[in-house]
Write a protein that binds this ligand. Structure first.
Ligand code: FAD
Length: 458
């Protein structure tokens, strides 16, 4: 077996997805010597579909907004349907672009290369290389060791490095409830008259059926006569295949052509973030579990995290000081910008996912989960007061008292976790961070163990 050593990169990134390319671009722009190792081929790098991406992520991450062919559509309207399809809630705004993922990924890659970031394709990383507390390199499948001052895991849901580092929660084994399986397909439509239940599907609105099979399904017109049909299902809730659900919808609508134009699917990690930094090491994007738990949208978070990570890595590498003390700022800044919202939303997601579809429909029909709550969950925000206040008001006239108590407990716990995340140690201290992490786990465990029919001992 040949073992070749190489040590002339400041940073090695594993994975040339959204997180890897945005990070590589910013690091190379700052004249940091960076190499990205990607297991797929350059031509087969990304998914063949269109994604909803938060507009604010482009501004935050310093990435030009999409234009021309890259924008499949811009949606102002989002409508949420209850699982039973009886009720529809129109949301005031939907701050996302519908972006062609292949073209967007191509642009990110090209920007990074132009800035000086190097890419190696068709090379699979199998494990991190460590020295004492430090992560100092990676080993690829061909037994080659690549060393650098810093290593960043951007390998998406595979978390290939994190999974192999037995420190804190980096190698956390995911529960079934932390994962949804999603599938989407684009089909031609030969009639303008399409319905979901009783509801007419309009061209200017994205439709989202929330709480169906522990996940969500969606319909969205792209261009004039193409329909994006998608489903995500909770792995802990159902064995139903999202691909089967999409196919069933296609087959039951005469106006949808059978042939798929584009599409595909994968699992998505939908839990709150894990620890983001260690000695000479960071995780960014889905590898760090930064996806919005209620929607499975992770591109915006990956872009935001990559920008913050770059701003922390650049001075640390220049100072040649990449210990956890320097890199902790990434944990603190991401948690403040997004992580604490993701954690609070994750409490709500975990709790709501346990409800029957009938209870979920009821909560939305009775406006206990309000329009604003739904908007916040979709835009990665958390405002405790809306949901709570409604629950107390609703107590007066509504019969499902156990359900109300359960929702009250969920909102209180979400608020507790939000406050707890505000108390994340501002500087790394092993004892203090351990205590903080254990308390977080405890708060989540309380919700994981809570049954919807508990009797409200808050
Ligand atoms: C059906 C579906 C629909 C979705 N829709 C949306 C949406 O509308 N909006 C949204 O925001 N998000 C959406 N997502 C989620 C989104 O795809 C992810 O959040 C996003 O891709 C995360 O980016 P990332 O860079 O962290 O990871 P990825 O994009 O997964 O990139 C990881 C990269 O690492 C590479 N890699 C993995 N292991 C190794 C290894 N061992 N060695 C070398 N390279 C490796 C992979 O090949 C990949 O290129 C959807 C996901 C699915 C499955």
């Amino acid at each position: 077996m040949s073992k070749k050593k190489e040590k002339n990169y400041d940073v090695i990134i594993v994975g040339a997805g959204i997180a890897g390319c945005v990070l590589g671009f910013h690091l190379a722009n700052a004249k940091i010597k960076v190499k990205v190792i990607e297991k797929k081929s350059r031509d087969n790098l990304t998914e063949d579909w269109c994604d909803s991406i938060e507009k604010k992520a482009f501004t935050f991450a310093g990435i030009q907004p999409p234009k021309g062919e890259e924008i499949r559509d811009e949606r102002d309207h989002l409508a949420i349907l209850t699982p039973d399809l009886q009720t529809i809630i129109h949301l005031g705004y939907y701050d996302y672009w519908i972006v062609d993922r292949k073209l967007f990924q191509k642009r990110l890659l090209s920007n990074a290369e132009k800035a000086g970031c190097e890419f190696v394709f068709e090379t699979e990383v199998v494990e991190p290389m460590g020295k004492g507390m430090w992560v100092v390199g990676v080993k690829t499948k061909d037994e080659i060791i690549h060393n650098a001052r810093m290593i960043v895991d951007c390998s998406g849901r595979e978390r290939i490095l994190g999974m192999n580092i037995e420190i804190l929660d980096l190698n956390l084994k995911l529960n079934k409830s932390d994962i949804i399986e999603a599938h989407r397909e684009l089909h031609k439509i030969n009639s303008k008259n399409l319905h979901w239940g009783e509801h007419e599907i309009k061209h200017d609105t994205l439709y989202y059926r929330y709480g169906y099979h522990g996940g969500f399904s969606w319909l969205n017109f792209e261009k004039e006569n193409e329909l994006d049909i998608g489903a995500g299902v909770g792995k802990s809730i159902t064995n139903k295949s999202p691909k089967g659900m999409v196919n069933d919808f296609v087959n039951s609508n005469a106006s949808i052509e059978n042939k798929k134009l584009r599409g595909g699917g994968d699992k998505i990690v939908i839990r709150r973030p894990i620890t983001l930094a260690w000695y000479g090491f960071m995780l960014v994007g889905q590898a760090a579990c930064q996806t919005i738990p209620t929607t499975g949208c992770g591109i915006g978070s990956a872009m935001i995290a990559a920008k913050i990570a770059a701003e922390v890595i650049v001075p640390a590498v220049r100072r040649k000081e990449v210990s956890i003390d320097s890199l902790w700022e990434y944990q603190v800044r991401f948690t403040k910008e997004r992580g604490r919202y993701l954690a609070a939303i994750d409490i709500l997601r975990l709790g709501l996912q346990k409800l029957s579809e009938d209870d979920t429909s009821f909560l939305m029909r009775k406006k206990i989960v309000t329009r604003t709550d739904l908007e916040n969950m979709i835009h990665a925000k958390f405002r405790k007061i809306t949901l709570l206040r409604t629950v107390f008001t609703a107590f007066k006239g509504i019969k499902r008292i156990k359900l109300m108590l359960y929702i009250r407990k969920l909102t209180m716990q979400a608020n507790k976790i939000f406050k707890h995340y505000k108390r994340l140690p501002k500087e790394y201290n092993t004892r203090k961070y351990h205590e903080w992490l254990l308390r977080s786990m405890q708060l989540f465990k309380e919700i994981e163990d809570l049954e919807p029919n508990f009797l409200g001992n808050t």
